[in-house]
Design a binder for this molecule. Structure first.
Ligand code: SF4
Ligand code: SF4
Length: 260
């Protein structure tokens, strides 16, 4: 989900969907285009995507990042983006694509889950309010748009189990807003602080090990909820990681820990 520049709102590609607008769509092996869309993608992965996919694959988040991602820094951005690395074959297929479809379907990332809709969020600095904007944007070869099934964005998200992902995306977008200005004092996200912030937000298993094995628990006291749930609850662990990064980079107050 992009953070939108209000001046560019109406230059976005695709059909803008107002609340209540409908679109037609269905997908499945009965369509000639089945699996065509899962190749040669620039597929952004967000922290909750990584958390879910590493559980689906039964590997650690560090292993997932090493094996399946490319980390890039877009021009004008101060926090790295994470892309899913496509397979090294002629068609550059998604590494999780099989003849039967997506092998990680239950844990597929936000972008796949909400496809063929796309979303952006913009923040009104005057009111402090955020608004989500939605587009219907299937590629030309996607035959699903000619199917009779009718959806609104909300019913499509509900059908695809996107609610928890959307909540996480909102929180991630709010986190990224802090990086509109360079927090690295010219040293870039490759700096020690940058690596720490990346680990805290994108690599929950290493962050959990850091919390337990470093002096973190001597310096900070975890809130009862965090203490009880960080081992099994990725939402809490990711939130703790974001709060930790914002606290050490920007001195933002945290809710899940305080100085011991
Ligand atoms: S191209 Fe569209 S309809 Fe075809 S498999 Fe992909 S999402 Fe489904
Ligand atoms: S994760 Fe699944 S749905 Fe997404 S591109 Fe890969 S195979 Fe397709």
């Amino acid at each position: 989900m992009k953070i939108l520049d209000p001046e560019k709102l109406y230059t976005m590609e695709g059909t803008n969907l107002e609340p209540g607008d409908t679109f037609n769509f269905a997908c499945g092996p009965h369509l000639k285009c089945f699996n065509l869309c899962c190749r040669n993608l620039t597929l952004f992965l967000y922290p909750y995507d990584v958390a879910r996919l590493r559980r689906a694959l039964k590997i650690s988040s560090g292993q997932f990042i090493d094996r399946h991602t490319q980390i890039v820094l877009r021009k004008g951005s101060h926090f790295p983006d994470v892309l899913l690395a496509m397979a090294e074959n002629e068609q550059k297929t998604c590494p999780f694509l099989t003849a039967k479809g997506c092998s990680v379907y239950m844990d597929r990332p936000w972008a796949c889950r909400t496809f063929p809709t796309e979303h952006g969020i913009y923040y009104d600095d005057k009111t402090g309010l955020s608004t989500r904007l939605d587009w219907f944007k299937p590629p030309d070869y996607c035959l699903g748009r000619h199917e009779p099934n009718t959806w609104t964005v909300e019913s499509w998200h509900a059908d695809q189990g996107a609610g928890i992902y959307y909540k996480q995306m909102e929180q991630w977008s709010a986190f990224l807003r802090h990086f509109e200005n360079d927090p690295w004092q010219g040293k870039g996200p490759e700096s020690q602080a940058g690596r720490m912030a990346f680990m805290a937000t994108y690599n929950p298993d290493d962050f959990l090990a850091f919390v337990r094995q470093s002096s973190f628990l001597k310096r900070y006291k975890l809130a009862a909820d965090a203490k009880k749930k960080i081992k099994k609850n990725d939402e809490i662990l990711l939130r703790l990681g974001r709060e930790f990064a914002l606290n050490f980079l920007f001195n933002k107050p945290a809710t899940l820990f305080q100085k011991a």
